[in-house]
Design a protein around this ligand. Structure first.
Ligand SMILES: Cc1cc2nc3c(=O)[nH]c(=O)nc-3n(C[C@H](O)[C@H](O)[C@H](O)COP(=O)(O)O)c2cc1C
Length: 183
């Protein structure tokens, strides 16, 4: 039996929820990135890393980029979790562009990426995150209404609210992909 590990970093819980669903479906190990060392992943053949989108970047994704030499012989899967709807190709293209800035060509080839939709409760945001969201809001509000992208409109619609788009069914393609890898 090949061994699978799901590793995640979650600030407010949405990524953790997806990581738990995936680990349950695949009956595999689950680790919080902050509580493991890279050596702990040595015996696994498949590593799934999940992180939230923060200002375009994926939190904790350095675990893959910094340790790529040690991990590149394994199956590597990344899932992102953000408020932007991954059904919209413009949103996933945007994430891809950001990832391509930090992933080398071999990483882009090796790491299979999936995108899930997350959640946000403004009342639970930390001080810095609240300030970042406020800055973003003011930036978008300064734009000409006719130039607003779908993503901007979605941001404005959810600003200051509690939204939860987490959906277990979003993980189905990823879980099927990993089951196929396992043979
Ligand atoms: C400061 C900040 C920046 C964010 N930036 C993005 C972003 O660039 N794209 C996106 O889709 N979602 C963005 N989000 C939304 C988070 O990705 C979303 O809340 C996600 O569910 C976080 O998962 P976690 O709480 O498990 O870390 C941002 C949230 C905060 C607080």
């Amino acid at each position: 039996m090949k061994r699978i590990a799901v590793v995640f970093e979650s600030k407010y819980g949405a990524v953790k929820k997806y990581a738990e669903w995936i680990a349950e479906d695949l009956s595999c190990s689950l680790f919080d990135r902050k509580s493991i060392k890279i050596a702990d992943l040595e015996s696994y053949d498949t590593i799934i890393y999940g992180g939230g989108l923060y200002a375009g970047g994926v939190s904790g994704v350095k675990i893959l980029t910094k340790n790529f030499d040690k991990l590149s012989h394994k199956n590597l899967i990344l899932f992102t979790c953000g408020l932007a709807d991954p059904i919209d190709k413009a949103n996933t293209d945007h994430i891809k562009q950001s990832l391509n800035k930090i992933f080398t060509a071999p990483m882009q080839k090796k790491i299979k990426v999936f995108h899930f939709r997350g959640a946000m409760d403004y009342s639970k945001l930390g001080f810095i995150h609240k300030a970042m969201m406020g800055m973003m809001y003011r930036m978008i509000m300064k734009k000409d209404v006719n130039s607003l992208k779908h993503e901007d409109k979605e941001f404005l619609a959810s600003y200051g609210k509690t939204v939860d788009f987490t959906d277990r069914s979003m993980t189905i393609p990823m879980v099927s992909y990993i089951r196929e890898l396992q043979g």
